[in-house]
Write a protein that binds this ligand. Structure first.
Ligand code: TXA
Ligand code: MG
Length: 325
């Protein structure tokens, strides 16, 4: 089921020929195209249904390659790259000439990262260039964390799906704007704020809105089909019953504090008490509620520290207003 060496070679060939490859990373699956091929990059936007003004992440195989893709590497960026790559950290830096504007949505900055997944690294090594990739889901929906999610959502629209099993981290990378003197977090993710601060030696700001366009910051992102309602943990059971009485098909993300509690609902997922396990499972849980036909999901926010910050960010966005509404 998982990618074999022949698959990696084949996928690299598809990229070289201007095709699209869905590939696993430690965070979520990406929908990749050669970063230097504007026509292939344009197809990524088309398949995703994403406006071309929304920039992609350029995935690199080696930390040493960073300098080839950005205009300059400020000291802070170098320190963060060396500490966290390969890993779930994306750095926004000034665009190098090698990166076409198609990949950056017209911006003079570019987002880059080295993913920590053996299949992704094998693909990047076999291909030899940068792979521009957003998450391999349609615009506005939940990111895929298995190859099956990708196949179910994108089907024949991608030329090749590399299967690398289930993504270990489960939420997207942390995006850090490292263009200025003071780095800031544009999207919380797999590398925690606490980890960044430990390396930087000072607090880092987490911006919920920013001057640059970040689709992940649109409130409607990461949304399942079902509507998500956020309540305090102690109100989850009552809220679910209320929704049930009103005729909803209810899914419940049961917080660890309520483990074992009896809940009336169509589908109940006990949230793991480990934040790493919760992050790993989150998008799969949301997809499962959709699969079971739930039209309303009752959930509460975890404590917003460490990975809880990224989880809460995704739940808030899933609960936000919809693009299509
Ligand atoms: O974990 C991840 O980051 C996954 C895997 C596949 O690497 N990718 C991912 O890509 O989540 P995507 O396209 O779904 O989200 C990339 C985010 C978007 O919010 C985009 O706006 C932001 O990166 N981004 C890209 N280039 C940027 C730039 N130059 N300035 C600010 N934000 C940028
Ligand atoms: Mg995405």
């Amino acid at each position: 089921m998982f990618a074999r060496s022949g698959d990696v070679e084949k996928a690299a060939g598809v990229l070289r020929a201007g095709g699209l490859v869905a590939f696993p990373t430690e965070t979520v699956y990406g929908l990749g195209a050669s970063a230097e091929d504007p026509a292939a990059v344009a197809r990524v936007f088309q398949v995703k249904g994403r406006p071309p003004s929304h920039p992609l992440i350029v995935h690199l195989g080696r930390v040493e390659d960073l300098g080839d893709w950005v205009e300059d590497v400020p000291e802070t960026a170098r320190v963060l790259a060396e500490r966290f790559w390969p890993g779930p950290l994306t750095l926004v830096l000034r665009r190098g000439r090698r990166v076409p504007l198609e990949a950056t949505g017209g911006l003079e900055t570019v987002a880059v990262r080295v993913p920590d997944h053996s299949v992704a690294l094998a693909l990047l090594s076999a291909f030899g260039g940068g792979v521009a990739a957003p998450s391999a889901n349609r615009f506005g929906s939940v990111s895929p964390t298995t190859a099956d999610h990708v196949r179910a959502e994108l089907g024949d629209a991608v030329d090749f799906v590399l299967d690398g099993g289930r993504c270990e981290v489960g939420v997207e990378s942390t995006i850090v704007d490292a263009t200025g003197d003071v780095p800031s977090v544009l999207r919380p993710g797999g590398v925690t704020r606490e980890e960044l601060e430990a390396v930087l030696g000072h607090p880092i700001e987490v911006h919920s809105t920013s001057r640059v366009r970040v689709p992940g910051q649109h409130p409607s992102h990461y949304a399942p089909r079902a509507r998500v309602v956020l309540v305090e943990p102690e109100n989850v059971v009552a809220e679910a019953e209320l929704a049930l009485d009103r005729g909803h098909r209810v899914g419940v993300l049961l917080p660890p504090a309520l483990a074992g509690a009896e809940v009336k609902a169509h589908a109940v997922v006990a949230v793991p008490s480990s934040m790493a396990a919760y992050a790993r499972g989150l998008y799969g849980f949301l997809r499962e509620f959709d699969r079971q036909g739930c039209d309303l999901i009752v959930a509460s926010l975890p404590v917003e520290q460490e990975l809880g910050l990224a989880i809460a960010n995704r739940l808030r966005r899933a609960a936000g207003p919809r693009l299509s509404e």
